[in-house]
Design a protein around this ligand. Structure first.
Ligand SMILES: [Zn+2]
Length: 69
């Protein structure tokens, strides 16, 4: 688990935001990274586009995708 700026967000990671979505979930799956991210709510499947700096500001936790290496 990592916190703060400069985290290596990657597609497939789950980011926990400080503000909860109306459906009650805090967790978002990263579908696209770049200057803007596309996130999908893991609770209801709602997708949003959000600026990277906004994600960095509101990230509480970043859970890396499970990887076998
Ligand atoms: Zn939701």
């Amino acid at each position: 688990m990592k916190r703060g700026r400069g985290m290596d967000y990657e597609v497939g990671d789950i980011v926990k935001l400080k503000k909860k979505h109306p459906c009650g979930s805090f967790d978002w799956e990263i579908l696209r990274v770049g200057a803007d991210f596309r996130l999908k709510c893991t609770g209801c499947g709602h997708q949003i586009m959000i600026a990277r700096r906004q994600v960095e500001k509101s990230t509480k936790e970043l859970s890396k995708r499970q990887q076998e290496q």
